[in-house]
Design a protein around this ligand. Structure first.
Ligand code: FAD
Ligand code: UDP
Length: 375
């Protein structure tokens, strides 16, 4: 018997944002999640009084004022600005590549000196390419910043992260990183950035306020019943699972987190330190308290929580994190998508159902768009 206008499968930002708008429009919703808690990948666990980003560090950033105003109306955001530091065999460099990095790398003091240094280093790859476009990440990185930065800050980090040589990775991955000839360590170019005050769980609680939810509820374990109680379904889980993997399984990269509570108030002095050498097995260390504590407040809690991140190949049963950008997976996704496009009762959205690496703000934007088209 129909009891709900919408069954929403998944309580991540896509499902929660859609549910919020649906409730405002007077729709009856049920949100389910297979995990023991709500919030999808932005969920944070409390450890030693610190919000620990259980499914990977999340920094909200956007150029979309509508999305920024939408989230800030629910919970104000703090002033956190992501300024990761790279550790290469004990040498520290600011990221993204900017005047601080160039000073640390070459001792240059002015933009003109830095540009001259990079130009000089580019000549090697320019000669090699002989005016053809860079065909892979290595060629692209050498064209952008030259060999010194490539060797110390890009090559091994990227190979650890993706598990493949830079010569076999697409060039666009590295074009995401800003290159700046000013002293500016802000990792993002977006005008709006921060972390919800009180943590991401507050944002999820606000989005789902007054909405019926069920955790530990796997859609596929109760499919028939769940499909029969709602007029429509918003599905945010993996698209291949929805179709019983009939064309095959989509692949992902995943991350294993090794999290520790330490008896020190300030372990590394920054939220994010990337380990860019080959020998260190993890890619980075996150110190969670720095997302939400600043200045003297860092010392108010005598403990800290850190997570070492190990980037690994995904096998079924692991958390699916990063879609794999290759032809096989793109073709497989296209097959599932053509089935999804024919559904009358089901709408697919979010990073798993669209097999797309969406940041948080675009996820919210897409959910708001879907809500607008629905009612
Ligand atoms: P999810 O948050 O994954 O939610 C999907 C939900 O569906 C999950 O809770 C899952 O349990 C549930 N579900 C799946 N299958 C079923 C089923 N069968 N039955 C019931 N429930 C089911 N974005 C940023 O903007 N900044 C960042 O710094 C950032 N860092 C990231 C770091 C990592 C490691 C990862 C993986 C992502 C990061 N992102 C970041 C992206 C961000 O996580 C996503 O944009 C956002 O979480 C997408 O929300 P979603 O609702 O689509 O998916
Ligand atoms: N990257 C790098 N060294 C770093 C940080 C990033 O070489 O210290 C490269 C790496 O290839 C990565 C890409 O830049 O995949 C994009 O970085 P970003 O931090 O945006 O990646 P994310 O972790 O968000 O996927």
């Amino acid at each position: 018997m129909i009891q709900y206008d919408y069954l929403i499968v998944g309580s991540g930002l896509f499902g929660a944002t859609f549910a919020y708008k649906a409730k405002q429009a007077g729709k009856r919703c049920l949100v389910i999640d297979q995990r023991p808690q709500l919030g999808g990948n932005v969920y944070c666990a409390d450890q030693a009084g610190i919000h620990v980003h259980t499914y990977g560090a999340h920094i909200f950033h956007t150029a979309n004022k509508e999305v920024w105003d939408f989230v800030n109306a629910l919970v104000p955001f703090n002033r956190y600005t992501n300024c990761p530091v790279a550790n290469y065999k004990g040498e520290l460099y600011n990221l993204p590549f900017n005047m601080n990095t160039f000073y640390q790398m070459w001792g240059v003091h002015t933009p003109e000196e830095a540009q001259a240094k990079i130009k000089n280093q580019q000549s090697e790859i320019k000669n090699q390419l002989n005016s053809r476009e860079p065909a892979n990440l290595e060629e692209q990185a050498l064209m952008l910043v030259g060999r010194d930065i490539y060797e110390k800050l890009i090559k091994s980090y990227t190979e650890k992260q993706w598990g493949r040589p830079c010569t076999e990775l697409p060039a666009f991955i590295i074009r995401r990183l800003p290159l700046r000839f000013i002293f500016d360590n802000n990792y993002f170019n977006d005008p709006y950035q921060g972390i919800p005050i009180g943590g991401y769980n507050v944002l999820i609680e606000k989005l789902l306020e007054g909405i019926e939810t069920r955790v530990n509820c796997d859609f596929f374990a109760h499919r028939e019943e769940l499909e029969s109680i709602a007029e429509k379904i918003i599905y945010t889980g993996p698209i291949d699972a929805f179709y019983g993997y009939r064309f095959g399984q989509l692949q992902y990269r995943t991350v294993r987190f090794e999290t520790e509570v330490l008896d020190t108030p300030n372990y590394q002095g920054n939220a994010v330190i990337n380990y860019t050498d080959r020998e260190t097995p993890y890619t980075r260390i996150i110190e969670h308290k720095h997302f939400e504590s600043f200045g003297q407040a860092v010392y108010d809690n005598p403990k800290t929580v850190i997570s070492r991140e190990y980037s690994t190949e995904w096998t079924p049963g692991m958390e699916p994190y990063y879609p794999v950008n290759d032809e096989r997976n793109a073709a497989l996704y296209a097959q599932y998508k053509s089935l999804a496009d024919q559904e009358q009762k089901v709408r697919f959205g979010g990073r798993l159902a669209e097999y797309k690496y969406y940041d948080m703000a675009p996820t919210i934007e897409q959910a708001l768009k879907l809500a607008q088209s629905e009612f």
